[in-house]
Write a protein that binds this ligand. Structure first.
Ligand SMILES: [Zn+2]
Ligand SMILES: [Zn+2]
Ligand SMILES: [Zn+2]
Ligand SMILES: [Zn+2]
Ligand SMILES: [Zn+2]
Length: 432
């Protein structure tokens, strides 16, 4: 058997590996080719052997299919039928890596236009397994039954990886510079896809303090990024100063604010200062003018520390009224009059006493609101009634001096007492 010489015989470019390839001829197309297939490991793929001739009516052919037995495992018997109407087709696959096929017709020859003459089924053990074909004999139907092998082109095939089993890995050498994801075929190792990853921050789960922060210097911590494996360093903020007690550096006076200071116990240099409020004046008060019932008095004082002078008003004392005394008794015909006197200054105050009720007529008592209008009626004989008198006269200092339910004596005592109390409070506050 002689081997078919492809390119040498035709002088044409034939691709022998890879996917289905096509040779283009100016006139005739005569070829035997293997349809390439795709599959992944453990897949079962079907590979066809096809003959295509415009020129020759063939009467016999035989060829050997060589396959890479380490990559491809033949499944069952190759399927052939008798491609000639009156003839036979046989295969022999006894030897691993080889399938021999023989076809012959007894009658007229036949044209084969892209006719599949054999189908092989392979289990993929490794991807990219090569399949080649050696045409042993290819006879034209003619009287001399010429061997036309040299006029046929041969195209071999391959069971190429379909990249079904892939894995994607993230490749980042520095998160801050970004990285990529690479998808690789686990069967053939080919890179199927790559994708860029945007720069990102490092991710550190566990930090170790490499330099402690103080109140004057930043510290530092270090950790390993769980994504890219780089050692990352970060600054630690300064710690707070730890100040001691406040100490007075300049005492406050009643004319100037003072100053106090505290110092950091850790660094000793850092100082914190704040002002101290001025103190109160210390005043010795002396009464300059005593208050009277109706006029305010005055007191004067000097600060024993700074010598500043002060003056304050002492409130008027208000009258010290005695009991109301009847001057003129009221009668049925006329009002009476009563009077009281201030025990301090002798000021007098008068007011009318209402007319007595007539035993004959039940007319209401009419009283005058003016104390000065009351006229004395010496003929009056009835008892005066202070509580029925509505006219109350205001004292000159503004305090009400009319009859109240409060005993007069108590009211008199409260006025000067309150004034004295106010003065005591002012002095004691200022001495603080
Ligand atoms: Zn692959
Ligand atoms: Zn990182
Ligand atoms: Zn400090
Ligand atoms: Zn002072
Ligand atoms: Zn008085």
């Amino acid at each position: 058997m002689k081997k078919f010489k492809t390119a040498a015989a035709l002088g044409a470019a034939i691709i022998t590996t890879g996917l289905l390839s096509t040779a283009i001829f100016a006139e005739d197309i005569n070829r035997v080719y293997i349809k390439a297939a795709e599959g992944s490991i453990d897949d079962t793929v079907s590979v066809s052997i096809v003959i295509d001739s415009d020129t020759y009516q063939l009467s016999a052919l035989s060829f050997t299919v060589n396959y890479d037995a380490e990559s491809l495992e033949l499944q069952g018997e190759p399927a052939v039928d008798s491609i000639f109407e009156n003839g036979f087709g046989t295969t022999n696959s006894d030897e691993k890596g080889k399938v021999i096929a023989t076809f012959a017709g007894f009658d007229e020859g036949a044209y084969f236009h892209n006719r599949e003459v054999m189908k092989l089924s392979f289990k993929v053990l490794k991807v990219n397994g090569k399949i080649t074909i050696d045409v042993d004999e290819l006879n034209e139907f003619s009287e001399d039954a010429a061997d036309v092998s040299s006029s046929f082109a041969i195209e071999n095939g391959v069971v190429k990886c379909s990249h079904k089993n892939t894995e994607t890995k993230t490749e980042i050498t520095d998160c801050e510079k970004g990285g990529k994801t690479v998808t690789t075929c686990k069967d053939c190792g080919e890179t199927v896809d790559t994708e860029d990853l945007a720069p990102a921050k490092h991710k550190v789960d566990k930090w170790t303090e490499t330099k402690k922060a103080t109140c004057t210097e930043e510290g530092e911590k270090e950790g390993v990024c769980t994504v890219c494996g780089k050692t990352v360093t970060e600054r630690l903020a300064k710690s707070d100063h730890q100040f001691g007690e406040w100490k007075v550096t300049k005492p406050a006076t009643c004319t100037e604010k003072g100053l106090e200071e505290r110092v950091c116990k850790l660094c000793g240099t850092e100082k914190d200062t704040r002002e101290i409020k001025m103190t109160e004046h210390v005043i010795d008060w002396k009464t300059e003018k005593e208050s009277s019932c109706t006029e305010a008095g005055e007191k004067k004082g000097v600060c024993s520390i700074c010598g500043s002078e002060f003056s304050e008003e002492l409130p008027a004392l208000g009258h010290d009224w005695g009991e109301w005394e009847t001057v003129t008794e009221p009668t049925e015909d006329g009002e009476g009059l009563e009077q009281r006197t201030c025990g301090r200054c002798g000021e007098k105050e008068e007011r009318p006493i209402a007319k007595l009720e007539s035993s004959a007529s039940p007319e209401p008592v009419i009283t005058s609101s003016e104390s000065s209008s009351a006229t004395a009626d010496p003929s009056a004989t009835t008892v005066p009634s202070a509580t029925t008198n509505p006219s109350a006269t205001a004292a000159p200092d503004g305090s009400e001096s009319g009859d109240k339910n409060l005993p007069t004596g108590a009211a008199i005592a409260i006025v000067p007492l309150a004034a004295a109390l106010a003065a005591v409070i002012i002095i004691s506050k200022k001495r603080k």
